[in-house]
Design a protein around this ligand. Structure first.
Ligand SMILES: Nc1nc2c(ncn2[C@@H]2O[C@H](COP(=O)(O)OP(=O)(O)OP(=O)(O)O)[C@@H](O)[C@H]2O)c(=O)[nH]1
Ligand SMILES: [Mg+2]
Length: 439
């Protein structure tokens, strides 16, 4: 078979990896159930599932992904579309104003943010601008003390705008980041909106962050929209993620207003706070632990250009090619996985254990090859016992280990040859295990 004819066959096999409609329907039904259970807005669930169906059936399946993984990857992308990678607040001078309904977690979160950035080397302070809740001042003061962050408040002062004005004069220049805790209400009432607008006018915050309790579920989208319409929001913080809530409400809220999630609060303690991580969030939302592993796999495929399939096709296979292959194995996993990714891999059953090479062995093989001359790498045949001794000394290994590498090279070379002849399917990989090299 000529090279071109072979490539044609390959292309056909690749294209025939179809994702059938029944499977997509089945997966989408599972996803819908998970999303609704996680409190994602029903209208959004419909939008998301329509998009998934359309893409899953029309897009090519990435090599090495099975049909299910193909659909899940698209599910992930569609869920990510609404929430993005999260809001990243850089380590720069900034003012952050927190808003949110009563009990959502603003005061606790103010201290958590200040601590989070303090731990990154910023000078941070909190401002007690909640004049509504009894003892809000004491609550924040105590948290600030506990976290070792700056605090500003005016005890007994009933005007939040006055406090914030004074705070800005007082703290400016002394702190890098100032976080303002504001009052909440049971519902978004006019006087609260008015107060938020006035506080924002004097505080001139770089970020207005909405604090949302994960437990409010489906109400989150409506609430986020109301706050966004009233004062404009730059990011969302989801609190009480340590509870039973799966975060669908927060996802809906972010999608609804098109604003990213910045942080997740996951407990009452000041340290229970982390930057939003989309993969972790979506895994939890769907109740699927394997999303991260899948994404890593997709990433590995993206680095596939590191592996040149032509090597498998052209007539020669030198130690240089082996070197590249070993490098690719470091990035992409065992050779059996790489073979599966190649179009040839279809129908190829390899004994994974026999093919596996430990990281340690890979490293050693690389070190050995680093001690070889260009000539030896390109023409391994010339490596005789005196060269083997020299290479062993140069690489700090033993002649035995150099021989092992050469044996491995011979085996791979034979494998490549068989591949070119299209006999790969019949090749018994198990034999390689007998070489006793742990490959
Ligand atoms: N489990 C858990 N509890 C939290 C979290 N964040 C806040 N809380 C608790 O929720 C309750 C309310 O938190 P606050 O920070 O006082 O809420 P707030 O928004 O300032 O409330 P108001 O000032 O009344 O509007 C407190 O008991 C907090 O300890 C969280 O991430 N997980
Ligand atoms: Mg409060």
């Amino acid at each position: 078979m000529s090279l071109n004819a072979l490539k044609d066959v390959i292309r056909k096999i690749t294209r025939s990896t179809t994702v059938d409609k029944a499977l997509v329907e089945e997966i989408v039904r599972d996803i819908q159930r998970a999303l609704i259970r996680a409190d994602v807005n029903v209208r959004q669930v419909k939008e998301i599932s329509d998009a998934i169906k359309k893409r899953a059936l029309s897009e090519d399946v990435l090599p090495s992904l099975n049909a299910r993984e193909h659909v899940i990857r698209i599910v992930y992308e569609e869920l990510l579309r609404g929430i993005g990678e999260g809001l990243e607040i850089p380590l720069k001078k900034a003012r952050i104003m927190l808003v949110g309904l009563q009990g959502s977690g603003k005061t606790t979160t103010a201290a958590k943010i200040a601590k989070y950035f303090k731990d990154k080397g910023m000078k941070t302070a909190v401002v007690a601008a909640d004049t509504w809740r009894p003892a809000a001042y004491e609550q924040l003061e105590q948290l600030a003390e506990q976290a070792g962050i700056g605090f500003f408040g005016i005890k007994g002062e009933k005007n939040a705008v006055k406090i914030v004005k004074k705070a800005m004069e007082e703290l400016d220049g002394k702190y890098d980041m100032v976080i303002i805790d504001t009052a909440g209400r049971h519902a978004l009432e006019d006087d609260l909106i008015q107060e938020m607008i006035e506080v924002a006018e004097v505080a001139k915050p770089d970020y207005k962050l909405l604090v949302l309790d994960a437990a409010i579920g489906q109400l989150a989208a409506k609430q986020a929209k109301a706050f966004h319409d009233a004062i404009g929001i730059d990011g969302i913080i989801v609190t009480k993620f340590d509870g039973t809530a799966k975060g669908g409400g927060a996802l809906s809220a972010a999608r609804e207003i098109g604003i990213p999630i910045a942080f997740i609060g996951s407990g009452e303690k000041i340290e229970d706070f982390e930057r939003f991580d989309p993969a972790g969030f979506i895994s939890r939302l769907l109740g699927m632990g394997d999303i991260k592993a899948l994404l890593e796999k997709v990433e590995r495929i993206a680095s596939q250009e590191d592996l040149d399939p032509e090597v498998f096709l052209k007539g020669t296979f030198t130690l240089k090619d082996l070197y590249k292959q070993i490098d690719a194995m470091g990035k992409m996993g065992p050779i059996s996985k790489i073979l599966e990714m190649l179009p040839f891999g279809f129908g190829l059953k390899v004994d994974e254990d026999a093919m596996e090479m430990t990281q340690e062995k890979m490293k050693k093989f690389r070190v050995i090859m680093d001690s070889m001359t260009e000539e030896e790498l390109l023409n391994p045949k010339i490596i005789d016992s005196s060269r083997i001794r020299r290479i062993a000394i140069g690489s700090g290994t033993s002649p035995q280990e150099v021989k092992e590498l050469l044996k491995y090279y011979d085996t791979m070379k034979a494998l490549m040859k068989r591949m070119r002849k299209g006999k790969l399917g019949k090749l018994k990989m198990g034999k390689m295990g007998k070489l006793g090299m742990g490959i």
